[in-house]
Design a protein around this ligand. Structure first.
Ligand code: F6R
Length: 261
């Protein structure tokens, strides 16, 4: 079962995950992090940057793999995930840019961009800790409902709801790309530890389906139920539709301190 942790607010969630990442890097200097974009993981990156400023450590060997990228945005576009990861993760954390991988959304090389990315992930030894957000459609990465649990990195079409949700980052809703290249659910499931975060009432239904619903391709988030090490970090509104919430709280409150997440 996924471990469910209900935190007071985003900031507390960010600090919890950041401290776990820090311990991971202390144990393994060339840790491979799976990096999500969007709003949800920002408190994690902010807390980690703050912790590194307060108490510096060598992160020069840490590697990072983005979950996804839009297809067809010009290089250097302010909303391409390459740009976003450089701005929100690489620079604030002081990571080595050459150690950061983002799927290639350039339309000239899409035919092999997915398999190239899978090869790079494999060569790196796989992801140690994968940060995940979830879409209102239940998507993980950009694996929209119907995505195979065995899928690997490939080009997909964004669901209308996901394009509408991401319109806030673009000048007009029509500017949101129609296609993306995303790690598959099969790729994501290979990561050794999945950390799924969700904040806000608009994520409550997707979280309920992911954690307690049937395992079905119609709810891509439910793929987490097939993984042996999953932590789900939620604020109260995102946790509100979970039926067994009292039980999850009880488990967390009684967890041996040494175990971490
Ligand atoms: C981002 C990603 C998406 C987002 C999801 C939630 O790399 O793959 O699955 O995690 O769309 O987005 P936010 O966090 O903006 O609500």
């Amino acid at each position: 079962m996924a471990e469910i942790v209900v935190v007071e607010n985003k900031r507390a969630g960010g600090e919890l995950v950041a401290s776990t990442i820090r311990r991971l890097i202390e144990a393994k200097a060339d840790t491979v992090l799976g990096l999500a974009t969007g709003s949800t993981p920002l408190p994690v990156y902010a807390a980690l940057a703050q912790s590194l400023r307060k108490d510096p450590m060598d992160v020069s060997r840490v590697r990072g793999f983005a979950l996804d990228e839009y297809v067809g945005l010009p290089a250097g576009h302010s909303e391409s995930y390459r740009t976003v990861i450089t701005r929100d993760v690489v620079r604030p954390l002081g990571l080595t840019p050459a150690n950061i991988y983002v799927p290639n959304g350039d339309t000239t090389s899409l035919e092999h961009a997915g398999s190239d990315y899978e090869r790079a992930l494999e060569a790196a030894g796989g992801v140690d800790l994968q940060i995940l957000g979830i879409g209102r459609t239940g998507h993980l990465g950009f694996n929209e409902p119907g995505s195979s649990f065995a899928s690997l990195t490939r080009v997909k079409t964004l669901a209308p709801k996901s394009r509408a949700d991401n319109a806030r980052f673009f000048a007009s809703p029509d500017d949101v790309p129609m296609h993306c290249i995303t790690q598959g659910l099969g790729t994501i499931r290979r990561a050794r530890h999945l950390v799924l975060l969700a904040f806000g009432a608009e994520k409550a239904a997707a979280i309920h389906a992911a954690v307690e619903g049937p395992v079905t391709a119609s709810q891509p988030g439910s793929a987490i139920q097939l993984h042996e090490h999953v932590t789900v970090v939620l604020d109260e509104p995102a946790a509100a539709e979970l039926s067994n919430l009292d039980y999850y709280r009880y488990i967390w409150a009684n967890k041996p301190v040494w175990q971490g997440i």
